[in-house]
Design a protein around this ligand. Structure first.
Ligand SMILES: [Zn+2]
Length: 115
């Protein structure tokens, strides 16, 4: 089973957020989620992979390292936008509406370890 919900601010319960993207050479990219209404810390996400909104051809033009590198390692960390992502995005948005999930994100992550 899967579920989905909107992240909520622990202070004011807002679902409006700003994603502060922190990029440091040698580290995984981190997203510090800030409440757009009260400025509180909501959560920090550490990325395994960034899914771009750009299709593959556009992404190749934008990624300078990819053009210079023969290893093309950058594609492990950045993936181009495609039908699978578009489909999942629509599915997750519907799931958020359907489930009206009340549990905290920590609890949702915890349940993935229980059988
Ligand atoms: Zn807030």
């Amino acid at each position: 089973m899967d579920t989905a919900k909107l992240e909520t601010c622990p202070i004011c319960k807002s679902v409006n957020h700003k994603n502060n993207v922190y990029v440091k050479k040698g580290d995984k990219v981190k997203i510090h989620v800030e409440c757009a209404d009260c400025g509180s810390f909501v959560a920090r996400y550490t990325l395994l992979r960034y899914s771009s909104d750009k299709p593959f051809e556009t992404l190749l033009i934008k990624l300078r390292c990819f053009q210079l590198s023969s290893s093309r390692e950058v594609l492990k960390d950045v993936e181009a936008f495609g039908l699978e992502i578009a489909s999942e995005f629509g599915y997750v948005k519907n799931l958020v509406k359907e489930r009206n999930e009340q549990r905290k994100v920590e609890e949702l992550i915890d349940q993935t370890f229980c059988f």
